[in-house]
Design a protein around this ligand. Sequence first.
Ligand SMILES: [Zn+2]
Length: 164
Amino acid sequence: MKQEQDKLVICKCCDSNACYESEFTTQEGLIYTWLCMTCGFTSNSTMTKDSESLKQTLELTADLIKDLRQDHDDLAWFPTAITMPNKGMIFPEPIKNTDDWGWTVVKAIPIPEEEQEKYPDPTNPGTFYKNKMDMKNLKRFDKLCFMDAAEGLGMFAKPVTNED
Ligand SMILES: [Zn+2]
């Protein structure tokens, strides 16, 4: 799979101009992926109605994310959920006592060496996690502040945008 240059396009979900479009050359041809830095919604050009990739996504996705689905130009869009074992997680979560939702950021913190044996890594038998999610220190962000949430996690630096 070869990745071409990313560019920013207008988001189909929130109309901001901060939607990252990436282009991949695969055996099946060109695939486009999108991730909006404003609303955090993501899709790709294989997510058409009745497609295998949409079916798989629906099987693996939490109910809240499925409930927030939007359809644009015959493609399904969902809020993203990101887990990076060494950095942390970002996921959408309902806001208490409202019917709204927002982004929750959980940072990974180091596990003291003497406690690591309590955290076996199921994907690599015999090895142990060195970081855990600090569930006591959640940070919440507005649903249109995905970029701030991602930055809170140190996921990437803010891309340079044209201010005018
Ligand atoms: Zn958006």
